[in-house]
Design a protein around this ligand. Structure first.
Ligand SMILES: [Zn+2]
Length: 143
């Protein structure tokens, strides 16, 4: 994100790339043209530093699995919704088959929720175990 500095009071602001070159007003009341400092180009070499630090730390696969869990939950909600719609339709039109399909759809949603819950619980156990192992390692290093 580009940064501009008020020439009067030296206050810095993070601005949108689209704002560069536009007139802006500082909190001090001074109006100036938003010009990105040449320092911005110096910032770029510093970028690899956090990325290499992030690379040294293995990032857990949690976001991907979290996506799976939320997808399962969404499917569960959709199934409950559809199931009740089918049951309602069956009740209104007196179609036993629709009530039956609706019922099994609701049951399958329970299955989705259960699988999501199991994955979530396993992940939590895994995370807690990792935390415990890290704590244990820290203690071992201190001793
Ligand atoms: Zn200012």
């Amino acid at each position: 994100m580009p940064t501009v500095t008020c020439p009067k009071c030296n206050r810095s602001y993070d601005i949108d790339a689209a704002t560069v070159g536009m007139e802006c007003e500082c909190h001090c009341g001074h109006t100036f043209t938003a010009q990105v400092k040449p320092e911005a180009s110096i910032v770029i070499p510093a970028k690899p530093k956090p990325s290499s630090a992030a690379a040294s730390k293995p990032t857990p696969a949690r976001p991907v699995v979290n996506g799976t869990v939320s997808t399962l939950r969404t499917l569960g909600y959709i199934c409950i919704f559809c199931g009740f719609l089918l049951i309602l339709f069956g009740l209104l039109e007196e179609y036993v088959i629709w009530i039956f399909i609706g019922g099994s759809t609701v049951i399958s949603s329970v299955f989705y929720f259960a699988v999501a819950l199991i994955i979530d619980t396993l992940l939590k156990i895994q995370e807690n175990t990792q935390l415990l192992v890290e704590k244990f390692n820290d203690k071992a290093r201190q001793d």
